[in-house]
Design a binder for this molecule. Structure first.
Ligand code: ACO
Length: 322
C-alpha cells in the first residue's frame, strides 16, 4: 500500500509587499534584497488568520482530487503561526470545511513542517488505518517579524499550500527522511510569549519576534540539504539523474542553487517561487508544488524530490512518484 498525492492547492493573501515598499520601512534596497536572497515581493496578511489561508488552499486541493471534505479521515496542518494556542489550526480548518470526525492535529517543525506533516500522513495511510488525508502547510509568519529589523523582515511572506494524499496500490510517496538537532535552537527562534496576555497583543506590541543568525543558518542549510539529497537517493537506490524535479523550501535563491548544483539538476528542473512569495516557512514547499502542477511543469509519473530546512534545526525530504 502506498500513499499518493491526488490533488494540490494553494492560496496567498491579497496584500503584496514589494522590495520597494520595504525601502520605505527599513534601511534597505531592492538591489540588496534581490541579490542576497532572490526575493522581489511577498504576500502578507492584513487581518486574515492562518486557518483562513489554509482552508482556501484545502478547497482547491479537494477540488483537484475530486473529493469532498466528508471523504477526509485525517487532517494535518503544519504551522508555527496557529490562530490560537489551542484548539489546533487543523481543528479550525476541519470546522470551516464542515468535516466531522476525521483525526485532526498540527505539526510544528517551522520551515520543514510540511515535510514532517507529509511523512506523518504517509505513515498513517501506509499502516492501513487511514485512506484520505488533507496535509497543509500554512503560515502568517509576518505576525512574528520585527518590522524594524532589516536582517529578517525582508525575508518572509505569508501563504498556504495543501495536498490530498490517498491510499493507492500504485507508488506515490517513495520515502521520507526526517531529522532535527535541537543543539541549534538559538540560531533561529521566536521566544515564547507571556501567557498572561494574548500572543496576538504581544506580537502587535513588538515584544515577540523572530531572530536569526542568518550567516550561520545559511551555512548549515547548504551543507545539510546536500547531505539529505544523498541520503534520499541512496535509500531508493536511485541516481541524481532519476529526479525530474527538485521542489525545495524557498528561503534563499543561493541555498536553492547550491542544492541544485549538488544534485546536478539544471535550474530548469527546480521549482522556484522565492522571488514571488519570499520564505513562507511551512507553506513554501506545497505552494511551490501547486504552482508547478497547475502551470503544467510537473506531470503525472514524474519523480519529485521535496526538501526543507528550518528552525530547530529541523530538516527533511520526500521522494515522490507524482
Ligand atoms: N538591506 C541592506 N543591508 C542589509 C540587510 C538589508 N535588508 N540585511 C542585512 N544587511 C547588512 C548587514 O547589516 C551587514 O552589514 P555590515 O556588513 O555593515 O555589518 C551586511 O548586510 C551583510 O549581512 P549578512 O547577514 O552577512 O548578509 P548575508 O549575505 O549573509 O545575507 C541572509 C543575509 C539573506 C539572511 C542570509 O544569511 C540567509 O539567507 N540566511 C539563511 C536564511 C534561511 O535559510 N532560513 C531558513 C530557515 S527559515 C525558518 O526556518 C523560519
Amino acid at each position: 500500500m502506498y500513499s499518493k498525492i491526488t490533488g494540490t492547492g494553494s492560496y496567498l493573501p491579497e496584500k503584496v509587499m514589494t522590495n520597494k515598499d520595504l525601502e520605505k520601512i527599513v534601511d534597505t534596497t531592492d538591489e540588496w534584497i534581490f541579490e542576497r536572497t532572490g526575493i522581489k515581493k511577498r504576500h502578507v496578511v492584513t487581518d486574515e488568520k492562518t486557518s483562513e489561508l489554509a482552508v482556501e488552499a484545502a478547497k482547491l486541493a479537494l477540488e483537484m482530487a475530486g473529493k469532498t471534505a466528508e471523504d477526509l479521515d485525517l487532517i494535518i496542518v503544519a504551522t508555527t503561526t496557529s490562530d490560537l494556542i489551542f484548539p489546533s489550526t487543523a481543528c479550525l480548518v476541519q470546522e470551516r470545511l464542515d468535516n466531522h470526525g476525521a483525526a485532526a492535529f498540527d505539526v510544528q517543525a517551522v520551515c520543514t513542517g510540511f515535510v514532517y506533516a507529509l511523512a506523518t500522513a504517509d505513515k498513517f495511510i501506509k499502516s492501513g488505518t487511514h485512506k484520505c488525508a488533507l496535509v497543509i502547510g500554512a503560515e502568517t509568519i509576518s505576525r512574528l517579524l520585527d518590522w524594524n529589523d532589516r536582517g529578517t523582515c525582508v525575508l518572509f511572506g505569508d501563504g498556504a499550500g495543501a495536498v490530498i494524499l490517498e491510499a493507492s496500490e500504485e507508488p506515490g510517496i517513495l520515502s521520507t527522511h526526517l531529522h532535527a538537532d535541537g543543539k541549534y535552537k538559538d540560531l533561529l527562534k521566536v521566544d515564547s510569549p507571556d501567557m498572561s496576555s494574548s500572543e496576538y497583543e504581544r506580537v502587535k506590541q513588538g515584544e515577540v519576534y523572530l531572530t536569526m543568525k542568518g550567516n550561520e543558518v545559511f551555512r548549515m542549510a547548504v551543507n545539510t540539504l546536500g547531505r539529505i539529497v544523498d541520503e534520499t537517493l541512496e535509500a531508493n537506490n536511485m541516481q541524481k539523474s532519476d529526479v525530474d524535479w527538485l521542489v525545495p523550501h524557498q528561503a534563499n535563491i543561493r541555498i536553492i542553487n547550491a542544492t541544485a548544483k549538488k544534485l546536478k539538476v539544471s535550474t530548469d528542473h527546480v521549482v522556484i517561487t522565492v522571488h514571488e512569495h519570499g520564505n513562507t516557512s511551512a507553506a513554501s514547499i506545497p505552494l511551490a508544488l501547486d504552482v508547478a502542477v497547475r502551470d503544467g511543469r510537473i506531470k503525472r509519473g514524474e519523480t519529485l524530490l521535496l526538501e526543507g530546512f528550518g528552525g530547530g534545526f529541523t530538516w527533511g525530504s520526500a521522494l515522490i512518484k507524482f
